[in-house]
Design a protein around this ligand. Structure first.
Ligand SMILES: [Zn+2]
Length: 332
């Protein structure tokens, strides 16, 4: 496996536009239950599954009843989405955020509704199946943070006056066209697609790797990090599979990427992207070329804020000031 991790790190560093696709496998390591696994929510509670199939129709017919059901104020549902918002990211999420902050990953497209990529510090996230962090208007397409609504008066209303639903895409509900178009365009544009924790069998999300593959083998590398081989592996859509848990494999990839980029071995834990990266110390020095670039910038902009320090980062924040290219992986 070590060879494949080195291979993936090398492929990532060589890429110009890498994107990441993620599925349930990334979040189950944070304790988010899956739906159809052996201990899945629907496997253990078929009634909940039946209810889930009715949810979209329920919203269309009676938005207030939909919200009462979702918030667990009536019926047998619990306040599942609000509970989900309390879950924390795991090292797999942090590793993906770190790869974005390093300038390698340009876009993350997730099937997961839990919002954990953002919590881990990833900025460019497309929620293919929506997110529990937002509400969406089916009429005008606007999205709002769920925190902006008290949810005391139901249903919550959009600025256009129409009722809002959770952004989460329910059964029988079409994928929002803005997300679908944007995701397809990413699949057309990327030169590396990293697929993590998804068996890639739920369409239309599962079509994204095939869209990329149809561009030809030389145009794009497609790599899987999955617990088991998937249809993408069997059909030869992916170039190779690294078999394992994303929370274990991806931090090793980040380590290797850091090594290839000329730094020490970054510790990949607890990089939230919301505060200075605690591990980004003297061992994480930019390479010589970057130091030269930074020095040139400093010379050309002697009074410009941020360039008046030596290009010898001794901490994450100083590193961020000293070099544009080599910003703190936490984004600090
Ligand atoms: Zn609206």
């Amino acid at each position: 496996m070590q060879n494949l991790i080195r291979q993936l790190a090398a492929d990532m560093v060589a890429s110009r536009y890498a994107i990441v696709l993620t599925g349930a496998g990334v979040s189950t390591e944070s304790g988010v239950p899956d739906f159809r696994g052996p201990k899945g929510i629907w496997t253990t509670n078929p009634q909940a599954e039946a209810q889930a199939y009715q949810r979209y129709e329920r919203f269309l017919n009676d938005p207030k009843a939909y919200w009462e059901e979702m918030l667990g104020t009536v019926g047998t549902s619990s306040n599942f989405y609000q509970e989900m918002r309390k879950v924390e990211p795991n090292p797999g999420h942090y590793a993906i955020a770190r790869l974005e902050h390093l300038g390698i990953v340009k876009q993350t497209i997730t099937q997961n509704i839990d919002g954990l990529h953002e919590k881990a510090g990833t900025r460019n996230v497309m929620h293919y199946h929506g997110t529990v962090e937002k509400l969406r208007c089916l009429s005008c397409g606007s999205r709002f943070s769920v925190d902006d609504y008290s949810l005391e008066k139901l249903p919550p209303l959009c600025r256009c006056g129409r009722p809002l639903k959770y952004d989460v895409v329910h059964f029988k509900e079409p994928i929002p066209s803005d997300i679908m178009d944007a995701a397809e365009s990413e699949a057309m544009k990327c030169d590396l697609m990293l697929i993590c924790g998804t068996s890639a069998v739920v369409y239309p999300f599962a079509a994204l790797p095939a869209i990329a593959r149809n561009r030809g083998r030389s145009g794009v590398r497609i790599i899987e990090v999955n617990a088991e081989p998937t249809p993408l592996t069997h059909q030869g859509i992916s170039d190779y599979l690294i078999q394992g848990k994303t929370g274990e494999v991806l931090p090793l990839v980040v380590d290797e990427v850091g090594r290839l980029m000329g730094w020490g071995r970054p510790n990949t834990q607890a990089c939230t992207g919301l505060s200075p990266c605690p591990q980004f110390s003297e061992s994480h020095r930019p390479d010589t070329a970057a130091e030269k670039r930074s020095s040139t910038l400093a010379a050309n902009h002697p009074k410009a804020p941020g360039f008046g320090v030596s290009a010898s980062p001794s901490s994450c924040l100083i590193g961020a000031r000293a070099s544009v290219r080599f910003r703190c992986p936490s984004g600090g």
